[in-house]
Design a protein around this ligand. Structure first.
Ligand code: TYD
Ligand code: MG
Length: 450
């Protein structure tokens, strides 16, 4: 064997080396290099085709070609339905509902003239059938194949000529052209690449299910995200009944779009009014709770932010967050101490988003600040008041995008007052049933709220 035929590949960042190393010089991971056989040049190669550029104006818009998955919230998170020829990666913790969701989608997609092909390397036909019965799957044109060998899978695809393909999961499938273990970065990339070609050449959508490993990324992590068109992640915890699916990347729609589902005894049901769901267990007149009007993708979402401020048993107070960026919250706490005179240094401060949601936008700042102040002062905020706005380091309240959409969502859910950036108020003063109060600083906001 020639020396160059063996390479060592870092399973964490895909760094390649001709000799084994204990520590990856690229990402610093220990013991992550695994011996793999260098890939032989593909035999079918890339034959030179005649190519010619197309005029921009001659290209037909594709949007009307989208196909509904039959599951409204899944359509939404994809950007308005399934684009033919698209490769979608769906990631999430074990047991969160990936197989359930995709089996439901498979059921709805299959039809008289559409064969749906569901490959499972994780479960037997009987196990899938059992789940399908529970979900009320009746599809006549849904075909299951428990198989992990990529070449055998493609053989069946050639025979069945499906209109959609689901692979559960990408980590279990291996190509015999590569001498690496299933789930290794080279295998996962190779398999994903083959499905990409399938999707593009045949114009069928392919859904790859991927497990998230303990580091929180899909095995063969970043390597897959750039190969696929769309990356969807299940978010939050299994302990809640609802499930949130977020588009982390989407070549055919808005990133950050979320789909909200409820896990029931008969599968995942789309939640028509997520704001209502996230607020339904909200305590009334409790200090430390405030409703913030957030944007998740293109949709407004009212969420409850909770804070608990309590005297620390240690020297300096701890700051802990759930569903929010901890550094951002620390920064807001420092701002509250300096600009609003709240002495929090000897207190533990816990902040979370109720319902296991993750919020990652600066417009949630004012909600965080209000919740902390409310708990600190032990004074509840009026339950019919909502807030939003970015807070700067000098305590100024800055404008947020989509202000009108947020206010209208609060109005629709029966809120009577919204405290928001003064710079966003124009045009919203005359909305019926809700009083819009613009503020320029955190001081002004707190004066208005307490
Ligand atoms: P599953 O789709 O198998 O998760 P994943 O493929 O992401 O590992 O979901 C498994 C969980 O969902 C399991 O704990 C049972 C629950 N479940 C329901 O609550 N209702 C249902 O109708 C189904 C099919 C599953
Ligand atoms: Mg599964």
């Amino acid at each position: 064997m020639k020396k160059s035929e063996t390479i060592f590949v870092c399973q964490s960042c895909n760094f390649q080396s001709v000799k084994w190393l204990g520590k990856c010089p690229e990402c610093g991971e220990w013991n992550s290099l695994v011996e793999e056989r260098a890939r032989k040049p593909a035999r079918n190669g890339f034959a030179l085709r005649e190519v010619s550029a197309v005029a921009f104006n001659d290209i037909e818009p594709q949007d009307d070609l989208r196909v509904s998955s039959g599951v409204t919230e899944f359509d939404r998170v994809l950007g308005g339905g399934i684009v033919p020829g698209t490769l979608v990666l769906i990631g999430g913790d074990p047991g969160i509902g990936k197989s359930t969701l995709l089996l439901q989608v498979a059921d709805r997609l299959s039809g008289a003239s559409t064969v749906v092909f569901y490959v499972s390397g994780e479960e037997s036909e009987r196990q899938i059938k059992l789940r399908g019965d529970r979900l009320g799957v009746t599809a006549k044109n849904l075909y299951l194949l428990p198989e992990t060998n990529l070449e055998k899978i493609f053989h069946e695809i050639d025979r069945l000529n499906p209109g959609a393909v689901i692979v559960d999961s990408i980590q279990t499938v291996f190509s015999s052209a590569i001498e690496a273990a299933p789930g290794s970065i080279s295998q996962v990339r190779e398999v994903a690449h083959k499905f990409l070609l399938l999707a593009k050449n045949r114009g069928v959508p392919v859904f790859l299910i991927g497990h998230i490993n303990k580091e929180g990324s899909i095995a063969g992590p970043k390597a897959l995200e750039h190969i696929v068109d769309t990356v969807l992640y299940f978010e939050g915890e299994r302990h809640h009944n609802h499930r949130i699916v977020r588009a982390a990347k989407n070549r055919f729609g808005a990133a950050n779009e979320v789909g909200v589902f409820e896990m029931t005894g008969t599968g995942l049901m789309p939640v028509a009014n997520p704001s209502q769901m996230f607020l339904q267990e909200r305590p009334q007149n409790a200090a430390g709770s405030i409703v913030s009007a957030c944007m998740e993708g293109t949709r407004p979402l009212l969420v409850e932010i909770q804070a608990l401020v309590s005297g620390t048993k240690y020297g300096t107070g701890r700051r802990m967050t759930q569903g929010l960026d901890q550094n951002r919250v620390s920064l807001l706490i420092a701002m509250l101490e300096k600009r609003a005179g709240l002495q929090l240094i000897g207190d533990d401060v816990f902040v979370n988003i109720a319902g296991g949601l993750e919020v990652d936008e600066p417009a949630a700042d004012l909600g965080v600040v209000t919740a902390i102040a409310s708990s600190f002062k032990n004074m509840p905020v009026d339950p019919h008041t909502a807030v939003f706005g970015e807070v700067g380091l000098t305590g100024e309240v800055r404008g947020a995008m989509q202000a009108a959409v947020r206010v209208k969502e609060a109005q629709a859910l029966g809120f009577k007052k919204i405290v928001m950036p003064a710079s966003n108020v124009a045009g919203l003063e005359r909305l019926l049933g809700i009083r819009v109060v613009g503020v320029r600083s955190v001081d002004e906001a707190l004066a208005e709220l307490f």
